[in-house]
Write a protein that binds this ligand. Structure first.
Ligand code: NAP
Length: 257
């Protein structure tokens, strides 16, 4: 049994959908005060109101994680509204597909700015608040794609997800001075609105390549985030946790037969 996260102040970027929403609900069900963010004010505020109707302590704020000023305002507003900030889940991300041969500068910049620079901006903006909290936890949503595997169309995405881990390892050393930990969850294929956009054939082929024979659920990632945020995980920093049903393990299709 892990120590309760009751009353902790949590920010989940990209909390309007998929994995981020799952993480936010996971923390809120543990009694944490949770802020979710996304780019569209109406959407994020309506969703937060719906979650409050369900009895969860959730607020919604709009910010684009690739924009420094918006990120700083987001983090400061969350800390004011929730009496500080204990846990940052830097989760917002995009995964549009583009074949390397046709990839434009704009394709590359969108993905790197959102996924990699967005993580950097969020962590930097949260630092002063996390220090004050004397608890500080940062959890990055990376991916198996990039750090471990590859997939056609995702050269830019893979680079962004590997960049998050390179960033994390040095950040872990710098943040350790203030007792702040930073770790990453590396999801495999998790059923989300974003993943559904890849189409049924993609989903079926991915499910078939997972030894546990199912795609992941957002709760599978939320549980990993809750563990990294716990008091008991306080001696873990700079680490990656793969949550993929064993998808990276088979050396051949035969291994799955
Ligand atoms: P999703 O359903 O498409 O949700 C993405 C979230 O990110 C939304 O809340 C979106 O909010 C937000 N977002 C996107 N760009 C943003 C920006 N510039 N600023 C602020 N918020 C932004 O995706 P998901 O599948 O849950 O993925 C979430 C994270 O998990 C991503 O980092 C992704 O790389 C990672 N991941 C997912 C999988 C998977 O199988 N699903 C696997 C590995 C890793 P708005 O649209 O409201 O702005």
């Amino acid at each position: 049994m892990l120590t309760s996260l009751q009353g902790k102040s949590v920010l989940v970027t990209g909390g309007t959908s998929g994995i981020g929403l799952g993480i936010a609900i996971g923390f809120a069900r543990q009694g944490a005060k949770v802020a979710i963010s996304g780019r569209q004010r109406d959407k994020v505020e309506a969703l937060a109101a719906r979650l409050r109707d369900e009895g969860l302590a959730v607020i919604g704020l709009a910010a684009d994680v690739s924009e420094r000023e918006q990120v700083q305002r987001l983090v400061d507003e969350v800390a004011t509204a929730q009496g500080g900030l204990d846990v940052l889940c830097a989760n917002a991300g995009v995964f549009p597909s583009a074949a390397l041969e046709h990839m434009t500068d704009a394709d590359w910049d969108l993905v790197l700015d959102t996924n990699a620079k967005g993580s950097f901006l969020c962590v930097q903006a949260a630092l002063a608040h996390l220090r004050r909290a004397e608890y500080g936890r940062v959890i990055l949503t990376s991916s198996i794609t990039g750090p471990i595997t590859g997939f056609p169309g995702w050269a830019h995405y893979g680079a962004s997800k590997a960049a998050q881990l390179g960033f994390m390892r040095t950040a872990a050393i710098e943040l350790a001075r203030d007792g702040i930990t930073i770790n990453a969850v590396l999801p495999g294929n998790i059923v989300t609105e974003g993943l559904h956009g890849m189409g049924d054939d993609y989903l079926a082929s991915m499910a078939a390549s997972v030894p546990l024979k199912r795609l992941g659920q957002v709760d599978d990632i939320a549980n990993a985030a809750l563990f990294f945020a716990s008091k008991e995980a306080g001696y873990l920093t700079g680490q990656s946790l793969v949550v993929d049903g064993g998808q990276i393990l088979p050396e051949s299709l035969q291994a799955l037969a």
